[in-house]
Design a protein around this ligand. Structure first.
Ligand SMILES: [Zn+2]
Length: 364
C-alpha cells in the first residue's frame, strides 16, 4: 500500500496522467524489492478492462460527483464474501473441485468483481479499479487441496492457490484472498496444509504474494463451549505462532470464528491477555451466514460479524443474480480508496453512511 501511495504521489507531482502511471507501476514491479502484490497490480493495469476504467479514475485527480456518477460508483453497496473449505475431485457441501473453482473466478472476473482481503474490507481500504466490485475469497481449515507444493518444488496448478495465481497471471485479478489455517488438529493433514516441512514456506509465500493470513484458532476451538481462559489462550497463541512463522513484522489481524460460533462475551475477540501475559487483538472476524456483507462505510457494518456465503453449488451465481436484479445494492468502486462515493438516493437496505469516516465523501 505504501508503494501505491508513493506511486500516486509521483504521478500527482509529475502531473502527467495515467500512461506514466503505468510505466511507474511496471518500473516498481520490476525492481529488486518488488513484492508479487505490486507485480500483480502492475500486471492488472495492462488488462484492457482496467485501462478503460482509468479514463474515469486518473490517479492524483480529486474525485468529483460528476466522475462518481459517470462511473456509477456506490461505495455504500454490499460486498460479496465467499467461504471455501476443501478442494478435491468430488464436489460436496464443503468441497469445491478445482474446475469449479476456476469457473468461480472466471465468473467473478466476467461479472466485474475484483479481489480484496478481509482486512481491507474491515478497514475500508478497498483499492480496486473504478467500476469494479470487491469480492473477498476466504479459505478455512488449511486442507491440502488449498495449497500443495509438488515434489519438484512447483506450485500444484490444481490446488486453490495454484488456480488463484494462474488467474493473477492471466490479468484482471490480484493476489488477494484471506487464509485461516489451523495449527493443531486431527486429521494432521489439515495442519497448515499438510506438508509440515513446507508450512513456513507456504505462509511466507502467501503473505509475500499479497494474500492475507488470519487465525482460525489453534484446534478449531468452539469459542462458545470452551472456557474463556482456553478461548483467550488460543486466540493469543494462534496469532503469535502465525506471526512468528511468517516473520518480517507481519501482523495477523483477522479471525475466522470456528463453526461460525461466537463466544458469549464477544469482547474477547477484540483484544485480551492470556494467563502468561501475552496480549493479542483482532480487528475483524468472519462468520458463516448466507448473505452478503454491508459496506464498511455503512452503519450496518460490524467488522466482527462479516457474513460469508458458501463457495459451492449455486450460492455465488445466486448472489450475483441478486445484484443484477437489484443493481442499487451492489458495491461499485470509484477507483479511489481515499474517498467514499455514493448516490444521494440510496436503497434503504444499505443503511446510512457512518458519520466518522475520516475521508472525503462524494454524493451525487
Ligand atoms: Zn473451520
Amino acid at each position: 500500500m505504501r508503494r501505491d501511495k508513493v506511486l500516486r504521489f509521483l504521478i500527482t507531482a509529475l502531473a502527467v496522467g495515467g500512461f506514466v502511471g503505468l510505466i511507474c507501476g511496471l518500473a516498481f514491479g520490476g525492481g529488486g524489492t518488488a513484492t508479487p502484490r505490486s507485480v500483480a497490480n502492475a500486471a492488472s493495469t495492462t488488462t484492457p478492462s482496467t485501462v478503460q476504467t482509468e479514463g474515469t479514475s486518473l490517479p492524483g485527480q480529486p474525485m468529483t460527483a460528476e466522475r462518481a456518477r459517470t462511473i456509477g460508483a456506490n461505495e455504500m453497496g454490499q460486498v460479496l464474501v465467499i467461504m471455501y473449505h476443501l478442494f478435491d475431485t468430488t464436489e460436496g457441501t464443503w468441497t469445491r473441485t478445482p474446475d469449479n473453482f476456476r469457473k468461480d473466478i472466471a465468473l467473478l472476473k466476467a461479472e466485474g468483481f475484483y479481489p480484496i482481503n478481509v482486512r481491507d474490507l474491515a478497514s475500508g481500504n478497498i483499492d480496486i479499479p473504478a467500476g469494479k466490485s470487491p469480492v473477498v475469497l476466504t479459505f478455512d481449515d488449511s486442507s491440502p487441496g488449498q495449497y500443495r507444493i509438488l515434489d519438484d518444488g512447483s506450485l500444484d496448478p490444481d490446488c486453490a492457490v495454484g488456480i488463484l495465481q494462474a488467474a493473477v497471471q492471466a490479468g484482471g485479478w490480484a493476489a488477494r484472498a484471506s487464509f485461516f489455517p489451523l495449527l493443531d488438529v486431527t486429521p494432521k493433514e489439515r495442519v497448515l496444509w499438510g506438508q509440515p516441512d513446507r508450512k513456513q514456506e507456504k505462509l511466507r509465500n502467501l503473505v509475500e504474494w499479497g494474500y492475507e493470513v488470519g487465525s482460525h484458532t489453534i484446534t478449531h476451538l468452539n469459542l462458545k463451549t470452551a472456557s474463556t481462559a482456553l478461548a483467550v489462550s488460543q486466540l493469543a497463541e494462534s496469532q503469535t505462532t502465525l506471526q512468528n512463522l511468517i516473520g518480517g513484522g507481519y501482523k495477523v489481524t483477522s479471525l475466522s470464528v470456528p463453526y461460525g460460533v461466537y463466544p458469549s462475551n464477544e469482547d474477547i475477540l477484540k483484544s485480551g491477555t492470556d494467563k502468561n501475559g501475552n496480549a493479542y487483538g483482532y480487528d475483524a472476524a468472519v462468520s458463516i451466514a448466507e448473505r452478503v456483507c454491508a459496506s464498511p462505510f455503512s452503519g450496518d457494518f460490524n467488522p466482527y460479524h462479516i457474513p460469508r456465503i458458501r463457495g459451492s453449488a449455486n450460492y455465488i451465481v445466486d448472489a450475483i443474480q441478486k445484484f443484477k436484479d437489484h443493481p442499487g445494492l451492489r458495491y461499485v468502486s470509484d477507483g479511489d480508496p481515499t474517498t467514499v462515493s455514493a448516490p444521494k438516493d440510496l436503497d434503504p437496505a444499505l443503511g446510512t453512511l457512518k458519520a466518522d469516516l475520516g475521508r472525503p465523501v462524494i454524493r451525487y
